[in-house]
Write a protein that binds this ligand. Structure first.
Ligand code: CDP
Length: 134
């Protein structure tokens, strides 16, 4: 069985990080995540992130360095977060319930409140460190 690879975007601008509130499935609806999705066959991670953020946020991004933490929630599923910056467009929640720009303290507060999707929690320390120097 081939494994599923998911790329998620850590989009930074003006010292803040863009996070997206899931609309589905019911068990994740209302929780915040880094927007992204599955890498399709023949795509690089970077291709997939550009496509997903265009589909989900209606923006064009330039892709930077991945976070060092790779999340493997279960056999056959791997999630990679990659830093990105908006090149054109104003993000809007095409598939999500809402979007929000957060600073380090906002992100910590959301995590403490249990409002971050479980798979993405492993990225919080690195994201907070990035936000502190943005
Ligand atoms: O857009 P697509 O259907 O390819 O992807 P998705 O349904 O948004 O995400 C694929 C899988 O990755 C789902 O199981 C999501 O819950 C998970 N995911 C995640 O855990 N954290 C993210 N930041 C993005 C996706």
């Amino acid at each position: 069985m081939s494994s599923v690879l998911v790329v998620a975007g850590a989009v930074f601008a003006n010292g803040k990080l863009l996070i997206a509130q899931r609309a589905y499935p019911p068990e994740l609806a209302g929780l915040w995540e880094l927007p992204g999705g599955k890498v399709e066959s023949g795509e690089t991670h970077s291709d997939a992130l550009v496509r997903e953020l265009c589909e989900e946020l209606n923006v064009d991004v330039s892709v930077g360095e991945p976070l060092s933490e790779v999340v493997r929630p279960r056999e056959g599923l791997e999630l990679v977060a990659i830093r990105a910056r908006i090149v054109s467009g104003e993000p809007r929640p095409v598939e999500h319930r809402a979007l929000r720009w957060v600073d380090a303290d906002d992100l910590i507060a959301l995590d403490d409140a249990g409002s971050v999707v479980p798979n993405d929690r492993a990225w919080i320390p690195e994201l907070v460190a990035d936000l502190r120097v943005e």
